[in-house]
Design a protein around this ligand. Structure first.
Ligand code: AP5
Length: 238
């Protein structure tokens, strides 16, 4: 089985998709979710759902998200814990947008450490040049179900309407240029050290996110095979 194809016995385990705003984490996580039959857990999507449902967490997160600030670690960790405890996460999951601070990665490492039978975590860092990121962010359109488009690179069949569920497409409130600058600043300050942490742990790969969507998916699949086999070969169990 070559070229990044998975055999039916492939167990994905926990996968972290790391990278700056707009590199394509959500786009890729959704594709991997259907390929591996494991859930995508996007902390951004979960927080947006809380905002739509006007929960206490949603109310706290709203203003922070619009300004491109991070939601406090303890609130996000608690939200992730309750999602990871659901039954569908037993065989693995794709975390997209989490962890984003060293406090979150310390919490996650500890959480997974205490989970019996869970494969070791593998981490992929997707990178794209900053100039292209701004174009991706300002061109992005989404529906309330989280389907992602781009007016430049991935337009819907009918302008302003989701291909999948016919819902209207909108711009995210944090996809302004000002919020993007703040999100990038926090990415360099808070998330770059998280990437360094997983790079140092091993079971880590760099992915060129500037390629076409399908080519990025293919690279990720290939790297997951390599990383999972490396973990088996060294007998590492976390
Ligand atoms: P979140 O929703 O996680 O945003 P983000 O990390 O900034 O990432 P994005 O969703 O902007 O980008 P993406 O990498 O998923 O790219 P996408 O696939 O959409 O977080 C939002 C906010 O929530 C945060 O700012 C914070 O306030 C809060 N938050 C979330 N998690 C938190 C946490 N852990 N702790 C604290 N606060 C948290 O693609 C982007 C565009 O590019 C799309 O239009 C897409 O169509 C296009 N595209 C994708 N791939 C390609 C390609 N290969 N070629 C061309 N175009 C492409």
């Amino acid at each position: 089985m070559g070229n990044g194809e998975m055999d039916s016995s492939f167990a994905p385990g926990p996968i972290l998709l790391l990278g700056a705003p707009g590199v394509g984490k959500g786009t890729q996580a959704k594709r991997l979710m259907s390929a591996f039959n494991i859930p995508q857990i996007s902390t951004g999507d979960l927080l947006r759902e809380h905002r739509r449902n006007h929960t206490e967490l949603g109310k706290t997160a709203e203003d922070l998200m619009i300004r491109g600030e991070l939601v406090p670690d303890e609130l996000v960790n608690e939200m992730v814990a309750s999602r990871l405890n659901e039954q569908d996460c037993k065989g693995g999951f794709i975390l997209d947008g989490f962890p984003r601070t060293l406090a979150q990665s310390a919490w996650l490492d500890d959480f997974l450490e205490r989970r019996a039978g869970m494969l070791p975590v593998v981490a992929l860092n997707v990178s794209v040049q900053e100039g292209e990121l701004l174009r991706r962010i300002t061109g992005r359109r989404i529906c309330t179900q989280g389907h992602i488009y781009n007016i430049y690179s991935q337009p819907p069949r009918q302008a302003g309407v989701c291909d999948v569920d016919d819902l209207p497409l909108d711009q995210r409130s944090d996809d302004s240029e000002a919020a993007f600058e703040q999100r990038m600043k926090l990415f360099y300050e808070q998330t770059a050290p998280v990437i360094a942490h997983y790079r140092a742990l091993g079971r880590f790969s760099e992915i060129d996110g500037a390629l076409a969507v399908e080519a990025v998916t293919q690279r990720i699949r290939e790297q997951l095979l390599v990383l999972r086999h490396a973990a088996e070969a060294t007998g590492v169990d976390r």
